[in-house]
Design a binder for this molecule. Sequence first.
Ligand code: AGP
Length: 626
Amino acid sequence: MFKKKEIMCGIVGYIGNRDAYPILIKGLHRLEYRGYDSAGVALINAEGKLNVYKAKGKVSDLETVAKDKDCAGTVGIAHTRWATHGEPSVRNAHPHVSQSGNLVIVHNGIIENFAVLRKQLAKKGFTFQSDTDTEVLVQLIEYAEQQHKKGLVNAVRHALRKVIGAYAIAVIDRNNPNQIVAARKGSPLVIGVGEKNSEFFIGSDASPIAEYTKNVVYPDDQQIVVCELGKELQIINLENEPIDVAIHKIDMDLSMLSKGGFRHYMLKEIFDQPSCLSDCMSGRLVKNTNNQWDIVLSCITNFKKKLINTPRFIIIACGTSWHAGLIGKQMIEQYCQVPCEVDYASEFRYRNPVIYPTDVVIAISQSGETADTLAAIELAKSKGAFIFGIVNAVGSSIARATNSGIYIHVGPEIGVASTKAFTGQLMCLYLFSLALAKEKGTISDDVYHETASALKSIPEKIEEILKTDKEISQFAKLFTYAKNFLYLGRGWNYPVALEGALKLKEISYIHAEGYPAAEMKHGPIALIDCDMPVLFIATRHQHYDKIISNMLEVKARGGRIIAVITKDDIEAKKIADECIEIPEILADVEPLLTVIPLQLMAYYVAVEKGLNVDMPRNLAKSVTVE
Ligand code: AGP
């Protein structure tokens, strides 16, 4: 009967002297990419009345429900949900209120032992309005408060000591409106600290906070944060020991969080790539005294010995980050001459992999909160491996779980379908593997500088491709009928074909597969007919002749071909039905260009189908559970 899990949501909290409601609603809109099937808000007004509003659907539906209602109060918490178990409904939406009506909670995560706790509490006379694990938690806190009578902080501590699972929570007590108590284990949580402790902000990431303060705190696992007006922020662990508070400055400005005049975040983020990659290279790709491009990475100099001497690299990641890892493997093996394995983090963590303390494990993640990647890191760490992170979200769990790493600096990525993070991850993998190869002496100066300067030319070349955006939007319309789609590439571009197929799947709901072009003859060619569009990455590099014959094989069976070709190429153009030209560039770094038209293609097919591009069905931006 019990539909237990409430996960991958966004939580927001505010306490201060401003009206909480507008801050909470704006925060929910910023976090909506995390989950968007129901939402709710709780406020304590000046008379100490607790008002809770919930809605099934998006944050805008919640605003409709709360319209013309009492939304006064300078303290409140709010939640946007994404469920896997238990249908989205007002009953299951957060916030959840305790039996006495005094305590209210929002939660992101899973309480694994909720069913047992629910039974125990029921025996103590507690009843339940919803099917959620979260309601069990607020009842447990209420029970602890009744037992210990030492206030909310103590009650939260006692309750969390009984909990198995993951959580980021914010709890308020209508009898004590000067305080919000938050805590985390496994799920992300950021606390914003206002001037002179006059106000505090709570968020699943920094996006609901950045507009109001740049001072943030990243609590660690099993830590409780007490936000009390006029008092220093206090952190304790579950043993009631005080923890030092480390305040960090965030460099997130609002323009990064808005659509910047684009129709969707995804399109904005595709067009962000030239400036993001320049940011990613800045201070890392520098001119040396011989006027050549050189790579300087402190994450290498600080751990040179470990990175130079490792006999093996293992890359772990999920989804798009895994595709970046596949290209990273080619870089590391080609430039550093060291074997490099790539594993899905979700498989790696359970296949009992052989890991040596001499191994360097590279964990790639945009959000820095992907549960499978985090667990794979913990496994590798437990076997003594050195963990190197390539992460976007600053201060995220994965960033803090690694021994060293590099931030990709592409700014917040809000569209669920990852775009600029993919090219940012690739850029960092190029910089890392080239710099390490230089240290190891496994790359010639010529190849090193030639590749480094090719990287430097990437932003302007992407600008060129983005100018063909209208053309791509035109012929994308021709393929909205498709039920299936094949993406084919070779060498450096095989993983790009995988990534292109994933983008189309994610946002247009068309079944698409990426394949090494040479694999066609071993099966997939059976799928070819006039209804099967095939996208070839057919640029003029070492596999060109072979790709041309693959295209002819598809053509011979009536397949419709879209080809990504090198500017002014004739031969491939003659065979393909539609072509997207990209500027000529060094083969090794071409994935940074060939992926752009594939991102735009997927975007325009989804737009043409009238789908919600930024919040595609069944998906969420960071997968914080396995
Ligand atoms: C990509 O568009 C998807 N959002 C998804 O596959 C994503 O890449 C995957 O969940 C990994 O996320 P991470 O990079 O944040 O760890």
